[in-house]
Structure formats: structure tokens, C-alpha cells
Design a protein around this ligand. Structure first.
Ligand SMILES: Cc1cc2nc3c(=O)[nH]c(=O)nc-3n(C[C@H](O)[C@H](O)[C@H](O)COP(=O)(O)O)c2cc1C
Length: 217
């Protein structure tokens, strides 16, 4: 693969939020997930798990759970302070229910040897506490699964599919996990609605590399 091919793939991927009314072959989604699981991950724990949902009733149940949560939040008196923004958010929150497929992604809980050592040291040692906080702020469990999700979005794009990485629905995490029958020890971290795109969003502004990079001498 030429560098320019990779560059084109990366730069033409966009978050897709509107889909054609056309089913996605399950085999294609399995193939995409298989390839995504070659992503780098902490301690080679491969602590991800994927759920492919294509059943319309289950997709509706997921959407209803998120909508109910948004309805509850926007019914609070505090929502008045946010005016139209709260109403618009509530109206749009369930858009992912129009996708023909949803890939739900979980991150399994695990502890590295460093985590276990620090836990064993307990609360009394301030240095151990600080080290734990530093490690937690760079949560390798979530970073590992995120790396697979980033791969997955590119792979789906290469397949001619359109998807969007969504953490917003996690506001209804408890209900979503019940619907998907997520086993204990796993945390749902994202929903990825996917299908054949029915929109072609324009490319977005990007911060110049010089702005986001410092060369340390
Ligand atoms: C961690 C994460 C969470 C996101 N959550 C949502 C979401 O809940 N709803 C949504 O519509 N888009 C969500 N997005 C998509 C972003 O809005 C999108 O990636 C960003 O605006 C850049 O646009 P692009 O993907 O088209 O380049 C999320 C993206 C990431 C990486």
C-alpha cells in the first residue's frame, strides 16, 4: 500500500449519521471486527468485546433507553437554563436508531502487575496513591479498546460503510447493558451505528500539525 492510499483512506473517513435502508451482511461486520482486533492493546489483553445488533426490535430498545434518559434529563428544571440547546439535543439523541446495524463495544476490567502492586500498597502511602492517580488518568483499559474502535472505523470506511463512534448513549449504560446482556466484568463504552452512507459530510477544519506538536530538544 502506498502512503498516499493510506492518507486518502484516513482523510476521507467521516462520521456518518444517516444511512440507506439497506442491510449490511453480518459476514462483512465480522470481517471488519476481526481485522480491528489486530490493534495495539495494553499487555496484549485484547480486553474488547463486540456485539453486532441488527434485530430491529433490539435497535429500537437501545434507542428507547437513550431517549428515555434524555427525556428525563431535559425534564429537570435546570434544563430551562439551556433553552433550545437542550430541546435540540433531546430531539436528535436517538438518530442512531435509523442505522441498519449497531456494533456495541465493551472493555473488560483487568489489572496489570503494576495495578496489583499499587493496590496492595494501600491508601496510606501518598506516593503510591499519586502513582495510582497518574495511571488512572491514562486508563490503558479504555485506550486499548479505543485503538480497536479507531481501526474499526477505518476498516468500515474502506468497505464502503459509514459509521459513527458514539459515547453519548452511555448516559443509559445500565439499561443498554441489560438489553445486550453484557456480562459482569465488562463495561459498555461505545455504540457504533453502521450502514451504507446516505450522506457525504464535507471535510472538517483540522488544527495544523505545528499547533498540536512540540519538538522537545
Ligand atoms: C470518543 C468519541 C465519542 C464520540 N461520541 C459521539 C456521540 O455520542 N455522538 C455523535 O454524534 N458523535 C460522536 N463522536 C463523533 C465525533 O463527533 C466526530 O468524530 C468528530 O466531530 C470529528 O468528525 P469526523 O469523525 O467526521 O472526522 C464521538 C467521537 C469520539 C472519538
Amino acid at each position: 500500500m502506498e502512503f498516499t492510499d493510506l492518507e486518502k483512506l484516513i482523510k476521507t473517513r467521516r462520521s456518518i449519521r444517516a444511512w440507506q435502508d439497506k442491510e449490511v451482511p453480518e459476514k462483512l461486520l465480522m470481517q471488519a471486527i476481526e481485522l480491528a482486533t489486530w490493534a495495539p492493546n495494553a499487555g496484549n489483553q485484547q480486553n474488547w468485546h463486540f456485539y453486532i445488533v441488527q434485530n430491529k426490535e433490539t435497535i429500537k430498545a437501545l434507542t428507547d433507553a437513550v431517549q428515555a434518559s434524555a427525556d428525563r434529563i431535559t425534564s429537570w428544571p435546570e434544563a430551562k437554563k439551556f433553552g433550545d440547546a437542550a430541546t435540540t439535543w433531546k430531539q436528535k439523541v436517538g438518530f442512531f436508531g435509523t442505522a441498519p446495524a449497531i456494533i456495541a463495544v465493551t472493555a473488560s476490567q483487568y489489572q496489570s502487575i503494576a495495578d496489583r502492586l499499587l493496590a496492595a500498597r494501600g491508601e496510606s502511602d501518598p506516593q503510591a496513591r499519586q502513582t495510582r492517580e497518574w495511571r488512572n488518568s491514562a486508563d490503558s483499559r479504555i485506550q486499548s479498546v479505543s485503538s480497536a474502535i479507531a481501526y474499526l472505523l477505518l476498516i468500515l470506511h474502506q468497505m464502503g460503510l459509514g459509521a459513527v463512534w458514539m459515547t453519548g448513549p452511555m448516559q443509559a449504560k445500565g439499561e443498554l447493558e441489560k438489553i445486550l446482556k453484557v456480562s459482569s466484568g465488562k463495561d459498555l463504552i461505545a455504540l457504533i451505528p453502521v450502514g451504507y452512507p446516505a450522506e457525504k459530510p464535507a471535510s472538517k477544519d483540522h488544527k495544523p500539525v505545528e499547533e498540536v506538536t512540540e519538538v522537545i530538544h
